[in-house]
Each structure stands twice: as C-alpha cells, then as structure tokens.
Write a protein that binds this ligand. Structure first.
Ligand code: URA
Length: 204
C-alpha cells in the first residue's frame, strides 16, 4: 500500500519483476490527474511511449487525444491514463499473462489511489483482464457494467481504429456514451450530497 501517487511511481520505477524490464528505455507509469473521475487503461507502451516514458504519445495517442477533446476530456486536466503493463513488450506483441500478473499490482494501486468512478478499457487486452476474460470488443464495446461501485466499459483501441477506420463512428458513440455516464454519475453525487446536507445540516 502506498500513501500517494509519487511514492507509488517511485517504487514502480525500480520494478524488475518480469522479463519486460530488461529491454525498457523508460518505464511508462501513467499520466494525468490523480484525482480524476475517469481513468483509461491501455495495453502497454509502444515505441514512442518507451522512448518518452509517457502513455499514448505515438500515433494512436494523437487519435485518442482528439477523441477525448471531442467530449471535453483532456489528459492534463480531467482524466488519468495508464496501461496494463508498464514496460514495452518486444515488437509491440500482446503482454503475456505472467507479465500482466506481476504488473497488475501497480495498476491496482493506481486505481486504489485515484478511486475513479469510471474505467475505460482501451482494447481487448485491458477489457479481457479487467471486465471479462471472454470480452469481444466488436460485440461488447460501449457497454457499462457496475462493479464494486465503479463503472467499467471497453471500447476499441485507438491503434485498431487507425488500422480499421470504419470502426471510428462506433468508437465515437462509445465516447458519447462515456460523456453521458460521467454526467449521470456527477448528478448522482450531487443528489447524495444534497440528501446528506438535508440529514446533517451544517452548523451556522
Ligand atoms: N498502446 C497502448 O496500449 N498504450 C500506450 O501507451 C500506447 C499504445
């Protein structure tokens, strides 16, 4: 258990627990607002991310930033972005289950500290690990499930959209659904706050 994100990042930076550590240029811990209500989880760093130490800074990141901007989200303001594994898998292959098994402790701690209300899984790898081992992006994208008080949703990975732009409208619908869910969750928070204030009026 770590007290804050800085302490967690510091510990994560020294991680050598799986084979991916040996070849990394930089570990890619995560970026964004550690108090965000919405968290995005990708698969693992690619070449640009490995070089720069930040998630989604290559071509797929540019697309992600555009889709985020369209629904008033910004990685420097109101979301947090992390990956299933923090070090680049060779030739951008999928992370192996044993690599995910050791790395997921960092992601769990990130989620524990951020306490997001919504987690969006970008692509199959994250969705199969965090939502359902049989998750099929083509069939289940955009569906929200509530687990332990957190809404989880899986959508197309931006690199998959670059390979197959025909899926961009469907992915954009998922982002619109995300915006609607974020507003709904905010409204529920305000209602709960109002009910609490009515029950426990502040002293004047
Ligand atoms: N793809 C991912 O899943 N994560 C990144 O950070 C970059 C590309």
């Amino acid at each position: 258990m770590f007290e804050n994100m800085e302490a967690l990042e510091q510990a994560c930076m020294g991680c050598q627990q799986c084979r991916l550590a040996a070849d990394r240029t930089n570990l890619v811990f995560g970026t964004g607002n550690p108090h965000a209500d919405i968290m995005f989880v990708g698969e693992g760093p690619g070449q640009q991310e490995d070089l720069q130490g930040k998630p989604f800074v290559g071509p797929s990141g540019k697309l992600l930033d555009k889709m985020l901007a369209a629904i008033d989200l910004d990685r420097n303001v109101n979301i947090y972005i992390a990956n299933m594994v923090k070090c680049r898998p060779p030739q951008n292959r999928d992370p192996r289950p044993d690599e995910e098994d050791v790395c997921i402790r960092w992601l769990r701690e990130q989620v524990r500290l951020i306490r997001p209300k919504i987690i969006v899984c970008l692509g199959r790898v994250a969705a199969q690990r965090l939502i359902d081992p049989n998750f099929r992006v083509t069939r289940q994208h955009g569906e929200f499930i509530l687990r332990k008080g957190v809404y989880l949703m899986g959508t197309y990975h931006p690199s998959a959209l670059l390979r197959n732009p025909a899926n961009k409208p469907a992915a954009f619908d998922d982002f619109l659904a995300l915006r609607a869910k974020a507003l709904e969750v905010d409204a529920a928070d305000i209602d709960a706050l109002r009910a609490d204030l009515a029950k426990n009026p502040p002293l004047t």
